[in-house]
Design a protein around this ligand. Structure first.
Ligand code: PLP
Length: 389
């Protein structure tokens, strides 16, 4: 199948590969000859165990996840991980602390866009020592850049972790590098909107997480990749814990790791579709490296057009422009409505920018084809011609 029903440039939930949807449709009523849909079988059955383990193995292959990392399937989306990382990694740090020493390690946050800002806000709600490494909006008035290392205020080895969001979905800011930090401190990364879009070195991280609904599958499952040494048993509250939160069972990484993500009923259908997406990436695309090349072509086409244009304007510094989400404004702004309506007419949907920043946003996750981007670019060129002379 070539021309999809629509060209979907949504930021999330996002388009899924058509091949995946068609396979799911074929298997919908009768998964693996069980006579049941995949969402009707027991999560304790052999059939589901095989599905789960294959899915995990395929992700491990795609990202070359080292053996000392666990892949977890959790729930609650990216936002739940904003809390989970605080609980788990404070617990880790606490258990490393010499007896009797006061416990108040800083948590280091890079704030480069709306999502990392939200994560830092949640950390501040739960704990009283959050250190802002950089807050780009505070220093520059808006998100759209990543200041050089000299301006970072890291806490060094004292920190319980360093946090950043690799790709800011709303603001279109993506790290072109992995931040260089004290190697004894776990690096935590939100990759919700760019995981599997390019190769990266998992071994640089303590925890990586991603909500599924952009580059992975349907909302409902959250992938967590966590290094072995950061798996600690959750304790119940005791006298020494004053001011330090205790991890809820359902947020504890070790519980999920020890139970192969089957501590309770997992979001089976979301895991199943995610597995089909992993298969598609491996077998049809040729892995993350091949995907990265396609993604590079897609965003290069989009940004080249914007940079040459007299009416489209990117507000993001070139080196940190996201390969996944390209937000831009049209000058004059009153043309934006017409742009969106015209796109809809041609069955190009979900191009409206996030309500907090306005404008247009082209999301070009893995399942968005070069063909779709070419179609959109053609429209953008025609639209500009119509409005300039
Ligand atoms: N982090 C990033 C980078 C996101 O783009 C999003 C959602 O759009 C979230 C976190 C929040 O994810 P969820 O809606 O799954 O909680």
């Amino acid at each position: 199948s070539t021309r999809p029903r629509v060209y979907n440039f949504g930021a999330g939930p996002a388009a899924l590969p058509l091949d995946v949807l068609e396979k799911a449709q074929r298997e919908f009523l009768n998964y693996e000859n069980t006579g049941m849909s995949v969402m009707e079988i027991s999560h304790r059955s052999k059939t589901f165990e095989i599905l789960l383990n294959n899915t995990k193995q395929d992700l491990k292959t795609l990202l070359q996840v080292p053996d000392n990392y666990k892949i977890l399937f959790m729930q609650g989306g990216g936002c739940t991980q904003f809390s989970a990382i605080v609980y788990n990694l404070l617990e880790v740090k606490k258990q490393q602390l010499p007896e009797g020493e006061e416990f108040n390690p800083p948590l280091d946050y890079f704030i480069t866009g709306s999502w990392s800002a939200k994560a830092a806000d949640e950390a501040k709600r739960l704990y009283n020592n959050v250190n802002v490494v950089i807050d780009v909006k505070k220093s520059n008035g808006n998100f759209g850049s990543i200041p050089p290392k000299e301006e970072w205020k890291l806490s060094g080895s004292k920190a319980a972790f360093v946090y950043y969001c690799d790709n800011e979905t709303i603001n279109g800011v993506e790290f072109p590098f992995i931040p260089d930090i004290d190697p004894s401190v776990p690096l935590v990364c939100d990759m919700s909107s760019n995981i599997l879009s390019r190769k990266f070195d998992v071994s640089k991280f303590g925890v990586i997480y991603a909500g599924a609904q952009k580059n992975i599958g349907p909302a409902g499952v959250t992938i967590v990749i966590v290094r072995d040494d950061l798996l600690v048993k959750p304790k119940s509250i005791n006298d020494q814990d004053k001011g330090v939160p205790v991890t809820p069972t359902m947020l504890n990484y070790k519980i999920f790791a020890d139970n192969n993500s089957l501590y309770n009923t997992p979001p089976m259908f979301s895991i199943y579709i995610s597995g089909l997406v992993f298969e598609w990436l491996l077998n049809q695309i040729g892995g993350v490296g091949a995907m990265e090349e396609i993604n590079k072509q897609k965003c290069t086409k989009v940004y080249d057009l914007i940079d040459k244009s007299k009416i489209y304007r990117s507000l993001v510094d070139k080196p940190v422009r996201s390969r996944m989400n390209a937000p831009f404004r049209i000058v004059p702004e009153k043309l934006e409505k017409e742009f969106l309506a015209g796109a809809e007419e041609l069955k190009m949907v979900q191009l409206k920018g996030h309500r907090s920043v306005g404008g247009i946003r082209i999301s070009m996750y893995n399942s968005v084809t070069l063909e779709a981007i070419d179609f959109l670019i053609n429209y953008m060129i025609e639209f500009e011609k119509k409005h300039t002379n």
